[in-house]
Design a protein around this ligand. Structure first.
Ligand code: HEC
Ligand code: HEC
Length: 218
């Protein structure tokens, strides 16, 4: 049942984004140079929104310098739009992001997501020497005897993810990744059945190890 609901949601999300394309196509002038079939998001508008509202926390170029605020640069734009929609609808609970996402229309979300997704991600570094081997093992191979899937299978071996379904994780702040993995495990972040199932079986030490490994992955 959960999976069906998930698929239905994906279908709805897909339908609403193609609706946004249709609305864009109706707007004249600004898009004159774009090919008629696939109108691009308005990156100038996206940049303006980003600079005015988002940069304070997520960094001027999407490479947030604060561990609690995720890096957004080079993330897949469809993933970013999904998160903004889910903050707005409370499917992903965040008292901070709820307010910022709620004032954005579907079109604003697309504009800002495609702008920041086009910025280059700055690589990070792992810091927990004693945990790095455990982190690497989980990331690359999972934990077979506890049916924990390899992260690389979905997030790709170098952590770049697989557009548009599986987000980029490489270079992300370890503290943010720990918080998200813990939230998936404890049922606080409920917007992905797949990630809830993966995280359900990880203990705190394993979460810390794999989050640190991700931070240094490039
Ligand atoms: C006051 C600081 C702050 C501001 C301003 C802010 N954010 Fe965030 N953002 C956060 C925090 C904190 C999180 C992590 C939320 C959580 O715990 O799940 C986050 C998460 C996100 C995520 C999810 C990223 C991921 O990897 O899943 C997206 C997308 C996002 N913000 C986009 C934006 C956009 C676009 C704006 C501007 C319109 C913005 N944020 C403004 C603090 C902020
Ligand atoms: C079956 C596929 C799959 C596997 C295996 C998987 N993930 Fe994920 N992961 C996802 C999906 C899908 C999302 C996006 C969820 C959403 O849409 O909010 C995600 C999201 C995440 C996020 C949140 C990213 C962000 O910016 O907020 C982290 C961190 C993460 N995964 C880490 C891991 C780790 C570590 C492992 C291995 C222990 C792993 N994943 C295994 C599918 C997977």
């Amino acid at each position: 049942m959960k999976l069906i609901a998930h698929l239905l949601f994906a279908a709805v999300a897909a339908a609403s984004s193609s609706f946004a394309f249709a609305a864009d196509a109706a707007a004249p002038a600004a898009h004159a140079a774009a090919p008629a079939a696939k109108v691009k998001p308005d990156l100038t508008k996206g940049e303006a929104t980003y600079a005015a509202v988002c940069a304070a926390c997520h960094g001027a170029d999407g490479n947030s310098g604060t561990p609690a605020y995720p890096k957004l640069a080079q993330q897949h734009p469809e993933y970013l739009v999904k998160q903004l929609q889910e903050f707005k609808s409370d499917k992903r609970a965040s008292p901070i992001m709820k307010g910022f996402a709620s004032v954005l229309s579907d079109e604003d979300m697309r504009n800002v997501a495609y702008w920041v997704a086009a910025k280059k991600a700055k690589p990070g570094t792992a810091t927990e020497k004693s945990l790095v081997l455990l982190g690497e093992k989980i990331y690359r191979g999972g934990i077979a005897d506890r049916q924990i899937a390899a992260c690389a299978g979905c997030h790709s071996p170098n952590g770049a993810g697989i557009p548009s379904q599986f987000p980029r994780v490489s270079g992300q702040h370890a503290d943010y990744a720990v918080a998200q993995l813990t939230a998936f495990r404890d049922g606080v972040r409920k917007n992905s059945v797949q990630m809830s199932q993966v995280a359900a079986k990880l203990n705190d030490r394993e979460i810390k190890a794999v989050a640190d490994y991700i931070a240094g992955l490039r």
